[in-house]
Ligand binder design. Structure first.
Ligand SMILES: Cc1cc2nc3c(=O)[nH]c(=O)nc-3n(C[C@H](O)[C@H](O)[C@H](O)COP(=O)(O)OP(=O)(O)OC[C@H]3O[C@@H](n4cnc5c(N)ncnc54)[C@H](O)[C@@H]3O)c2cc1C
Length: 287
């Protein structure tokens, strides 16, 4: 049973319905249908009106914008994102490890962000890359840094009349890239933790270092303070800086469940990546 259900294939109509009724968007439904189910095989009961948005073409597509940024429509699925050469490497890695095939074909990036679970896989690499979320209402459009948009566990800055329409990513150059998701099994496992990192080296000097952790706090963690510990140093100084970085990162994260496991595994992942930076030729580092 649903209080009221709207179905629309038109973005303007969707924005008008949202403004007039406050209906909650339902995209792939893989979070909402589970969160509000009443029992096995029984239709979920939503406490508010729902609007099915999965048919809105304007929310689909992956494209390069005139300003060089990559735009991913809010309805794009993990399968499409993982298969697109336009999408940055870290985001493709995360998309390719979400759920199992059926989920990767139905879940959406807009739903993953809208759900704002600290265990959601896509916000983590997107925040590493300083991605922005595009939010539209019938009267306005705004771009917000995803790291600011997600305020905490299940909390976002989405206004009652807005929809997420797209995510925009500026290509970030790197010499080394790392992505790791730790789950109980390869398919259909929610993250126990995930971590992305990148290092850019120019003339033997670390020009950029970034890291982001998922499932290690109420939202994705980044620490500019820790990132600054590596920037400006020569590559051959990296091994001696690893302890300070893993210690700094340990202070930045705040895992709630299984903290010892999550802290230890996060430290080992960072150590593994940074050791590769010090010893291996440039490229993606896969565990
Ligand atoms: C078996 C199973 C396995 C899973 N495995 C993973 C996994 O490995 N990794 C992972 O990250 N997640 C996983 N999930 C969770 C879920 O599939 C993802 O969060 C998914 O991306 C949600 O997308 P959706 O389109 O289905 O969201 P929906 O359920 O449709 O919506 C989720 C939330 O986002 C809001 N929303 C949706 N679209 C918009 C929009 N355009 N604008 C504003 N708000 C919007 C909705 O109102 C709702 O609050 C799993 C779920 C299941 C059932």
């Amino acid at each position: 049973m649903v209080e009221r259900c709207f179905v629309t294939k038109d973005l303007d109509e969707a924005l008008r319905i949202r403004k007039e009724t406050g209906a909650h968007p339902l995209a792939g439904g893989s979070d909402l249908m589970v969160q509000y189910k009443q029992g096995i095989g029984i239709t979920p009961v939503f406490p508010w009106p729902v609007m099915v948005i999965s048919g809105i073409e304007e929310l689909k597509g992956i494209r390069k914008l005139d300003d060089g940024r990559i735009e991913i429509g809010a309805l794009e699925t993990p399968s499409a994102i993982a298969a697109s050469d336009l999408v940055p490497w870290h985001v493709r890695q995360a998309a390719s490890r979400m759920g199992a095939v059926a989920l990767r074909n139905t879940a959406t990036i807009g739903g993953n962000i809208g759900n704002a679970s600290p265990k959601g896989d896509l916000p983590q690499p997107l925040i590493l890359l300083d991605a922005v979320v595009v939010l539209r209402s019938a009267d306005s459009v705004r771009e917000v840094l995803l790291d600011d948009f997600i305020r905490g566990s299940k909390k976002t800055d989405l206004h009652e009349d807005e929809l997420i329409t797209a995510i925009r990513i500026t290509e970030v150059p790197y010499s080394y890239a790392y992505y790791r998701k730790v789950g109980t099994r390869r398919a259909n496992a929610i993250s126990k933790l995930s971590i992305s990192s990148l290092v850019l080296i120019e003339d033997g000097i670390i020009k950029d270092f970034r890291a982001s952790s998922g499932a290690a706090g109420p939202k994705v963690i980044r620490s500019h303070e820790v990132e600054d510990l590596l920037k400006g140093h020569a590559v051959d100084e990296v091994p001696s800086l690893i302890p300070a970085i893993t210690e700094g990162w340990d202070k930045a994260i705040s895992p709630h469940a299984m903290p010892a496991y999550r802290r230890g595994t996060t430290a080992r992942a960072l150590e593994h990546f940074l050791s590769a930076v010090a010893t291996l030729p440039p490229g993606p580092v896969i565990e």
